[in-house]
Design a binder for this molecule. Structure first.
Ligand code: NAD
Length: 477
């Protein structure tokens, strides 16, 4: 079995405890590798390495175009390992091979993007009086700890790390225990790019051990967390105890409103990617459709036909449309949600059960006649389960879509752009997709309203959360 280690201070480190985390392939349930499990000792090592590199000012004082050049080198080296890393990601996460390779290439793009912004982090001068020259500079926080989830392990590392690096912070990443392996291939790209030791450290240990110790570590100055609302709240408490800033990117229960004039092919295409892609394990999954009564039957028929047509299988098979969920636990959870929906009165227009085969496969599931009070309409399922809710009046559709504690994504399907814009203005969500779920890119700000979190990742806006403002006033007397 292939054995992997933690990447600390530019070296591969075995955990002192010798404990390992085994990782399986969700399409077979078979173990494919193991990683040395980071404990407090390795967290201390990683934090010390980051602190030492930060205190050396190697990144802070690096000529700004050299920092940008180094980021472009990371991008280039990441592209070179995209195939190798993508394959490992496909096996450990279960997602499609195309999607897994793209994840590495997207991270390369995001490094290129932020490389171009390193020399645009400008302060300002402030008029005070004729005898005072006052200006601001934007400075990093220092040691930044990032805790990432398993659904997009490489993309989540990339989007926060690129900002952290572009702004001069030294970073420790704690990967998710279900998918820690492919990040070691990304670490290889960092070595190949000759990133100075300690600036980026990647460790894996259990969340309630290594994760909680890391975010509460006395030498960590800034935290970035992507994951569930429950863990996010714990992390916010821990950061509050130290009065340090935390970026939190949390879960979602996103709804798309389908107006009577919608092009239903757009809705189907969005369902294919938005709820059946990555087996629905997407924070902005299109998990609810709020559909006008006049077109609901027609759309449900089409969604059933789409579900029937999806080829279920391992991500490594290029013909697969629907890949497995991450684990047996997750499968039981998702199947339990579908069952609860049916028990509470929804109709399984298609699916609703696990697929009887090796691995952790869930049928593509379309639940019709869902009402707002049902658990499936309220809680994040994180599986390929689409709930259909019906409305008659436009205001009612908005009310249903907003009737959730979450506010990550939302969508609207209509040919009428005036109506789309009105709807986007009334939806409580950090991003609104019009006629195409996931419309946006690495350059567009991404984040939540309500309990889905705050701050923004991606785009120019994200950089603000990685920097603090220093004011300098100079007496000219
Ligand atoms: P999770 O909260 O269980 O775990 C996320 C990470 O936190 C893991 O690395 C885990 O080890 C760590 N962790 C767990 N307990 C911790 C603790 N007490 N202290 C510190 N770290 C701890 O989430 P998950 O199941 O891995 O991921 C799925 C969730 O992530 C979903 O809710 C999904 O919507 C969300 N997500 C959000 C975004 C976004 O951008 N908003 C992106 C991807 C995933």
């Amino acid at each position: 079995m292939q054995h992997y280690k933690n990447f600390i201070d530019g070296k591969w480190i075995e955990s002192e405890s010798k404990e390992k985390i085994k990782v399986d392939d969700p399409s077979t349930g078979k173990v494919i590798g193991e990683i040395s499990c980071a404990k407090k000792t390795e967290v201390d090592l990683a934090v010390n390495a980051a602190k030492k590199s930060y205190n050396s000012r190697i990144l802070v004082d690096m000529p700004i175009l050299a920092r940008a050049k180094l980021m472009r080198k990371i991008a280039e080296e990441t592209r070179k390992v995209a195939k190798e890393g993508g394959e490992l990601l496909c096996y450990e996460n279960g997602k499609s091979i195309g999607g897994a390779i793209k994840e590495f290439n997207d991270v390369a793009d995001i490094f290129d993007y932020y490389a171009g912004l390193t020399d645009k982090l400008e302060g300002k001068t402030i008029p005070v009086s004729k005898n005072i020259f006052d200006y601001t500079v934007l400075e990093p926080f220092g040691v930044s700890a990032h805790v990432v989830p398993w659904n997009y392990p490489i993309a989540m590392i990339g989007r926060s790390l690129a900002c952290s690096f572009a702004t001069g912070n030294s970073t420790i990443i704690k990967t998710a225990e279900l998918t820690p392996l492919s990040a070691t291939i990304f670490a290889k790209a960092l070595i190949n790019a000759e990133v100075p030791n300690g600036l980026i450290n990647i460790i894996c240990g259990y969340g309630n051990e290594a994760g909680s110790y890391l975010v509460s570590h006395q030498d960590v100055n800034h935290v970035v967390f992507t994951g569930s609302v429950a863990t996010g709240k714990k992390i916010l408490h821990s950061c509050a105890d130290k009065a340090i800033p935390a970026i939190v990117e949390l879960g979602g229960k996103s709804a798309g409103i389908v107006y009577p004039d919608a092009n239903l092919d757009d809705v189907l295409d969005s369902a294919r990617h938005g709820i059946f892609g990555v087996a629905g394990q997407i924070c902005t999954a299109m998990s609810r459709l709020v559909v006008h009564k006049s077109i609901k039957d027609e759309l449900v028929d089409k969604l059933v036909n789409l579900s029937k047509s999806l080829k279920i299988g391992p991500g490594i098979d290029k013909n697969t449309d629907l890949t497995p969920v991450i684990s047996e636990n997750q499968l039981q959870k998702v199947e339990g949600y579908a069952r609860s929906g049916i028990q509470q009165g929804a109709e399984a227009a298609y699916g609703g059960k696990r697929v009887e085969r090796d691995g952790y496969f869930m049928e593509p599931t379309v639940l019709n006649n869902v009402s707002q009070d049902m658990t499936v309409a309220r809680e994040e399922i994180f599986g390929p389960v689409l709930s259909i809710l019906e409305y008659e009046e436009q205001e009612e559709a908005i009310k249903i879509a907003n009737d959730t504690d979450y506010g990550l994504g939302a969508g609207v399907f209509t040919k009428d752009l005036k109506k789309a814009s009105w709807t986007a203005g009334h939806l409580e969500a950090g991003q609104v997709y019009v006629n195409k779920w996931f419309a946006g890119s690495h350059a567009t700000p991404f984040g939540g309203y309500k309990q889905s979190g705050y701050s923004r990742e991606k785009g120019v806006d994200a950089l603000k959360s990685y920097l603090q403002v220093k004011n300098v006033g100079i007496s000219l007397n």
